[in-house]
Ligand binder design. Structure first.
Ligand SMILES: [Zn+2]
Length: 227
């Protein structure tokens, strides 16, 4: 190998090593930028958590002291806790659900409303017993699988969404085009944290059971509150 060739190779090697050092520094900068973006996002989440009113904090099982403690952490202290010990993890609880066979899957971006028990004859036929429903804004419900989703117009004012393969009841959708859709509580993956706040259509309940004294509001099919 001639000197000039060696020199050329050496130069090439040096250039290559400079390029890789450059990529290394670039990589470090990108990693640092990502880390700072994580910190910044975590900081944003902490402030959002701290800004929640007491009743919403209590809904997600985070105490005011937990939220303030989290917000007081220095910005670089990222996820130092894991799972349910982490208030931000709890605050970001993802509401999801689907049918028995998985042909229909959905996600909900907001905390669903309290649960209504519906005692009407249609719910009895569809769900074997009382229908348990929650409500969400239509815009907050996202179908992530709908291959087997079918609809049945159960009356001139509503249609019921169900899985055409496994039969699970999923949605009750008023045809008035309102902003809200109701979702069966039984189809939620984890309905814990929700509570029942009313019985509806109690005048149509099956004659084989008593609702019992549970202290929860009761309404008839015309919306009248009864004892
Ligand atoms: Zn199914």
């Amino acid at each position: 190998m001639s000197q000039s060739n060696f020199s050329a190779l050496s130069h090439q090697a040096q250039g290559s090593s400079q390029r890789s050092a450059g990529a290394g520094i670039g990589g470090l900068l990108v990693a640092m930028f990502d880390r700072m973006a994580d910190w910044s996002e975590r900081r944003r989440q902490r402030l959002a958590l701290e800004a929640l009113p007491d009743h919403l904090l209590s809904d997600i099982g985070v105490s005011r002291a937990d939220a303030e403690h989290e917000a007081d952490k220095p910005f670089w202290r990222g996820g130092t806790l894991s799972g349910d010990a982490d208030p931000i993890h709890r605050a970001r609880h993802c509401w999801s659900g689907g049918c028995l066979c998985g042909g229909v899957r959905y996600e909900i971006d907001v905390r669903p409303e309290p649960v209504s028990f519906c005692h009407c004859g249609q719910c009895r036929r569809q769900h074997s017993h009382v229908g348990a429903y929650t409500g969400v804004p239509r815009t907050a419900l996202r179908l992530v699988a709908e291959d087997t989703l079918a609809w049945y117009a159960s009356s001139d004012r509503a249609r019921r969404g169900f899985c055409a393969r496994c039969g699970s009841g999923l949605f009750w959708d008023a045809l008035d085009g309102g902003p809200r859709i109701t979702v069966t509580v039984g189809s939620l993956d984890d309905p814990s944290g929700l509570h029942v706040d009313r019985h509806i259509f109690v005048d149509q309940k099956g004659g084989y059971y008593d609702i019992g004294a549970d202290g929860v509001e009761r309404r008839t099919s015309t919306g009248e509150v009864v004892e």
